[in-house]
Design a protein around this ligand. Structure first.
Ligand code: ASP
Length: 440
């Protein structure tokens, strides 16, 4: 059984166990199994994924920059991916708003009786601050805080400086390649625990989320899920086909492991190691492109999150009986795109962004109380959409840059983790003290 199959089994089993536990509603199970054991293992697994992110991004990006070796190409990759990320997010939210306006969720809804205490708004960061903040004042604190844009910036500057030093950087380049491979092996080790981690995360979520949370906002959930799936299976696949000519069917199959991790963790950032592995080893995108586009996308590209902003705004506008008009919706599109650039891909941040969008168009942010109950599940689905967008753009940029191996893409077994990847090689370098040099 391949690891992907085991992870999927873990997910399905987690779903069943979670729903059963939710129906049983036993105090012992809720405290000790769901809130205890499942929460602990799930957290350990997410921690292990996060542990990989910063060193993996640093070394793979250093290898990427030194591997490209040409600053102009680097600029082109950066420009293309930025443009595509903004383009896909804008399309995502525009389609979502259109769909929501068509369906009209929330019309005739009565806000009376909804507890709106505890809803607080967030200030939208100014675009200028976001750009200024890309440059770290202290790289060590950028690494310590896992600030992805700052880490990307610093790694690129280091890589360029290493290129400027020319031959003197040879040892450094080899060291980075070694570190990159080493980190990729750590990914394989962590992945071995994925079926259990995913099982616990999913079981915990479904044990805690009762079906009764969904009933009052069913129209919102249905519209949102519809819009997310439309983007995932139609819009993104058309974009992939048109810009890269790649077969969408193969793409959907190969991105699945990353989607499962995104769904289980609700964090694009924590999923970076898996996304990176999917696009390079499963699809054949060269690391020189993927090492940049994947962490960059995890931070600035959030198609699924933008879709949620669009549907939620229409829903709340309907609930409050406010007509936003074309100008209002254009503002929503612009705000959602900007907000997704400035916020990191971590769980629940979409809801924070929504308060910024609502404030901007003058809708009461108390309305969020309505949808907060279902947000965890929506977060899981939209995160899977977010990382799929990252992977589509990565494939397009790699393909158009000629940094794409079609034979890997077309090989169904490429990059699958199978049991024999976890075995330990013997080291043959003799230890200096154990084997003293006979000449001495
Ligand atoms: N959890 C999402 C992500 O990491 C962001 C969000 O929509 O809350 O991509």
């Amino acid at each position: 059984m391949s690891l992907t199959a085991k992870v999927m089994a873990g997910m399905v089993l987690g779903l069943i166990v979670g729903v059963v536990f939710n129906m049983m509603d036993s105090a012992f199970i809720n405290t000790h199994v769901v809130g205890g054991l499942f929460a602990m293992i799930g957290k350990m697994f997410v921690n292990a994924l996060k542990m990989l992110v910063v060193p993996l991004v640093l070394f793979s990006l250093l290898c990427g920059v030194m591997g490209i070796g040409d600053i102009r190409v680097l600029g082109r990759v950066g420009g293309k991916s930025l443009a595509l990320y903004i383009f896909t997010t804008a399309i995502a939210i525009a389609v979502a708003i259109a769909l929501a306006l068509l369906i009209g969720p929330g019309e005739g809804f009565d806000m009376a009786g909804v507890d709106t205490a505890g809803v607080t708004g967030a200030e939208a960061p100014s675009v200028w601050d976001v750009f200024a903040g890309i440059i770290p004042t202290n790289p060590v604190s950028a690494f310590a805080n896992g600030d992805m844009l700052q880490i990307i910036f610093y790694a690129i500057v280091l890589g360029i400086a290493a290129l400027m030093l020319g031959d003197a950087s040879e040892g450094f380049y080899e060291g980075c390649q070694y570190m990159n491979e080493l980190m990729m092996k750590v990914v394989v080790i962590v992945m071995a625990f994925a079926p259990y981690g995913v099982f616990c995360l999913i079981a915990k979520t479904f044990a805690e989320q009762g079906i009764d949370l969904f009933i009052p906002v069913m129209a919102y959930v249905a519209t949102l899920v519809g819009a997310l799936f439309l983007h995932l299976f139609v819009t993104l696949m058309i974009i992939l086909k048109v810009f890269s000519g790649l077969n969408p069917m193969i793409f959907i199959r190969k991105i699945r492991p990353a989607q499962i991790f995104a769904f289980s963790t609700a964090s694009s950032n924590a999923t970076i190691p898996v996304t990176l592995r999917c696009v390079t080893e499963r699809m054949g995108a060269n690391n020189s492109v993927a090492s940049f586009t994947v962490p960059f996308g995890a931070t600035i590209n959030m198609d699924g999150t933008a879709i949620m902003q669009g549907v939620a705004t229409v829903f709340l506008a309907n609930v409050y009986g406010i007509d936003l008009g074309l100008g209002g919706y254009l503002t929503v599109i612009a705000m959602a795109v900007l907000a997704s650039i400035g916020t990191a891909g971590v769980p629940g941040v979409g809801l924070v962004m929504l308060t910024m969008v609502l404030t901007q168009v003058g809708l009461p942010i108390e309305g969020i109380a309505l949808i907060i109950g279902v947000d965890r599940l929506m977060d899981m689905i939209r995160t899977a959409v977010n990382i799929t967008g990252d992977a589509v753009v990565t494939a397009i940029v790699a393909k158009t840059e000629g940094e794409f191996d079609l034979s890997v893409y077309e090989d169904p077994d490429a990059g699958l983790i199978v049991g024999d990847e976890i075995h330990v090689e013997e080291m043959h370098t003799p230890h200096p003290h154990a084997h003293p040099n006979p000449a001495e």
